[in-house]
Design a binder for this molecule. Structure first.
Ligand code: COA
Length: 192
């Protein structure tokens, strides 16, 4: 991997100004690119991942004054084994294509995990394909959920997926129990 930029700065903000939202969304759009979806597929993906408005934190990776990486942070109570778990979440993890392979996402994810832990969330959740999970997220403690999880889109429609990952934050014992359970994990809302 190329060297991490010497002037990389990671900051975490609770809110963004409208202008900052514009830059944030532009990095995310450049990173994820234009998918060749039909209108129907686009509607469904937007419904599945409709949590952006619930984000309660934003990780910003700057090189000099250029925003090059972003992550949205979430906090949500989800049911598990007869109790509610304070779940922390990472979504929209993105590095601008011009700045990839230089450790920017790894630095941003580490900062995100510290922030979620400081906020007192017990376990972290994200969704990822296996290759990226193993190369990036496993480094900061994530393990594959290994079974289905369920969630609801903004429309109320229920979905089931299999690409969940969990990591311990303030409660490693709880995280281990959630990883070894056999029932589908209920995200109690939309995915991120
Ligand atoms: C995924 C993404 C955020 C990685 O950003 P990055 O700044 O290039 O990542 P880093 O340089 O910090 O890489 C950290 C590790 O992840 C690995 N990695 C990065 N992208 C990868 C990918 N697409 N697949 C597999 N491994 C990947 C790197 O090789 C590195 O591992 P190494 O240290 O063993 O070499 C970036 O490629 C991106 O924005 N992709 C499009 C959006 C996306 O898919 N986001 C993730 C959603 S879960």
């Amino acid at each position: 991997m190329a060297e991490r930029p010497h002037d990389l700065a990671i900051t975490i903000r609770a809110t963004l100004s409208p202008e900052e939202h514009g830059s944030f969304d532009a990095v995310e759009a450049a990173a994820f690119g234009e998918a060749e979806w039909t209108e129907e597929q686009h509607r469904e993906v937007t419904d599945r991942y409709s949590s952006a408005a619930d984000a309660n934190g934003y990780v910003l990776a700057h090189v000099g004054d250029r925003l090059v990486g972003t992550i949205r942070l979430f906090t949500r109570a989800v049911p598990f084994n007869g109790r509610m778990v304070r779940l922390g979440g990472l979504g929209g993890i993105a590095t601008h294509p011009d700045w990839r392979g230089r450790g920017i996402a790894e630095a941003a994810v580490r900062a995100a995990m510290e922030e979620l832990q400081q906020q007192g969330t017990e376990v972290a959740y994200l969704c990822s394909v296996p290759e990226l999970g193993q190369r990036l997220y496993a480094k900061v403690g994530f393990a594959p959920l290994g079974r289905p999880y369920t969630y609801r889109g903004r429309s109320g429609k229920g979905y089931t997926d299999h690409d969940g990952w969990l990591a311990p934050l303030t409660d490693p014992v709880l995280c281990a129990a959630m990883l070894t359970d056999t029932e589908p994990l209920d995200l109690a809302g939309s995915n991120w």
